[in-house]
Design a protein around this ligand. Structure first.
Ligand SMILES: Nc1ncnc2c1ncn2[C@@H]1O[C@H](COP(=O)(O)OP(=O)(O)O)[C@@H](O)[C@H]1O
Ligand SMILES: [Mg+2]
Length: 243
């Protein structure tokens, strides 16, 4: 009993035999994995291997076709749509390749949106801290269209972190960024793990991004085919070439 409790608290997100089909396409083909709390995991694989589907299922954005997903020990398959939405809003942060900011809102409104959707007033000290961390203190009144891609992604990252989520899921967050701003975003994800003990799951096809993680999962045709701990760029590349 004691062991089970310890395991349950060490797990941020758990998947058991998860499948996802789209018509005849088996996008996820029986995925079992545990993301431990305070870990930084990269998920790599060729285009179409199921990375985004994996992230959507693991985060509760999408329902699975089979199997179980647990977030913070809660089996999300058994939750109503409303409860799943609330759990996502309270415990999960998302960052996407296309930033997904609301064009009509300024940076501050975008960043505080998850709080306001949950009916909470943004804590000024918290907002200031997060804005400082992503380096956007002098851009709060700008609209997304007035920002560079790197600034937009840093705003999206602040929006993902403002609720202090237990888990941050990022789907190719550096895919549209130049190498230097990509590094800024990866450093901030790394800090979310190292400074505040959050859990990060990063989908990427870039070996230079994957090396920021503690370990790399390789997906092929909807299955996890390998894990590489303490990844180096050359180790990631050589594993990549044989996928
Ligand atoms: N909404 C969808 N409808 C139909 N097929 C989909 C949908 N989303 C993904 N797929 C298919 O599932 C497979 C995995 O896609 P995806 O998870 O997007 O891969 P990746 O992110 O690794 O490029 C692909 O064959 C893709 O065409
Ligand atoms: Mg994808």
């Amino acid at each position: 009993m004691t062991t089970m409790t310890a395991e349950a608290t060490a797990e941020a997100v758990g998947l058991d035999a998860v499948t996802k089909t789209y018509g005849a396409v088996r996008a996820l083909d029986g995925v079992t994995w545990t993301f431990r709390r305070g870990g930084f995991t990269a998920v790599m694989g060729p285009s179409g291997s199921g990375k985004s589907t994996f992230l959507h299922c693991a985060s509760g954005l999408d329902r699975t076709s089979g199997g179980t997903v647990r977030i913070g020990g809660v089996d999300i398959g058994g939750l109503s749509e409303a409860k799943r939405t609330r759990l996502r809003r309270e415990r999960i942060g998302f960052v996407f390749q296309a930033f997904n900011l609301i064009p009509s809102m300024d940076v501050e409104q975008n960043i505080t949106l998850p709080l306001r959707l949950g009916g909470a007033e943004p804590d000024p000290a918290r907002l200031e801290e997060i804005v400082r961390r992503v380096g956007l203190a002098d851009r709060l009144r700008h609209r997304p269209s007035e920002l560079s891609g790197g600034q937009q992604q840093r705003a999206a990252l602040a929006r993902a972190l403002i609720t202090r989520p237990e888990v941050v899921f990022a789907d190719e967050p550096t895919g549209a960024l130049d190498p230097r701003t990509a590094r800024d975003v990866l450093r901030m994800l790394r800090e979310a793990v190292d400074l505040t003990g959050q859990t990060v799951v990063l989908v990427t096809h870039d070996p230079m991004a994957a090396v920021w993680a503690d370990s790399v999962l390789f997906l092929s045709r909807g299955r996890i085919v390998d894990e590489l701990a303490s990844p180096t760029a050359s180790a990631v590349l050589s594993r990549w070439e044989t996928l």
